[in-house]
Design a protein around this ligand. Structure first.
Ligand code: SF4
Length: 227
């Protein structure tokens, strides 16, 4: 199956949603400044997603093959045990916002723009998950991202791009040799149907991570993945 592009995703976040995140609720001067910055971001924002419906197969040793491409992750082998299909994807805030944020010179504006661009990426990911439910009637899904755990290194991001052929370029995402993406607020991964919700954070001991979505479970790897 060819890659599918999701675009024209509305980015209608309101400044009031950002006040508590940026801790400027009680500062009227800052709030007005943020309103102006956000309005210019909303005018140009084009978050996008490229993905495809891919076959999940297994090598003789249990290694996972996504559309024939071999992915090296023990956690994936276990998580994908009952999967016959999966959805490799690249999501991005879009080159428009990346270029806009590069024109900013004030440190505070740059910091706020970083958060705005992150929210645009979040909007793209939400649209992607809604699209999968509507199009493929997916049951509960979870996500694996290359580089989020030692088990699946960032270098495997090249394989996601290769599975999606040139779709990364179609949505304006470049992958450098060191496997970094431009725009910076972009993410790649594989969405898969799972009986129970999986978060990489469950296997990640990193302390005080502001993006943590699930508590670290010290026993989980040994019990579930190291059999
Ligand atoms: S705890 Fe933070 S660094 Fe670790 S997987 Fe979760 S989001 Fe990533």
């Amino acid at each position: 199956m060819d890659a599918i592009i999701i675009e024209n995703i509305p980015f209608d976040i309101q400044a009031k949603q950002l006040y508590p995140i940026l801790k400027i609720e009680s500062n009227r001067k800052y709030a007005e400044r943020l309103d102006i910055l956000l309005a210019s971001a909303r005018n140009i924002a084009c978050p996008r997603v490229a993905y495809k419906l891919a076959a999940v197969e297994y090598d003789n040793d249990g290694t996972v093959l996504i559309d024939g491409v071999c992915l090296m992750s023990r956690v994936m082998q276990v998580n994908f045990e009952d999967c016959r299909r999966a959805f490799p994807f690249i999501a991005t805030c879009g080159m428009e916002l990346e270029k806009w944020s590069r024109t900013l010179t004030d440190t505070l504006d740059i910091f706020w723009a970083d958060t705005i661009n992150m929210m645009a990426l979040g909007t793209a990911l939400e649209a992607f998950k809604r699209h999968l439910t509507d199009t493929f009637e997916t049951r509960m899904t979870s996500t694996m991202n290359p580089g989020s755990l030692e088990d699946w290194p960032l270098s495997e991001q090249h394989k996601i791009f290769s599975i999606l052929n040139a779709a990364g370029e179609t949505i304006g995402v470049q992958l450098t040799e060191s496997a970094m993406m431009v725009p910076l607020k972009s993410v790649s991964g594989i969405e898969f149907e799972s009986g129970e919700k999986f978060h990489s954070c469950q296997l990640c001991p990193r302390d005080k991570c502001p993006s943590r979505r699930a508590p670290y479970d010290e026993q989980l790897y040994a019990v579930k993945y190291n059999a």
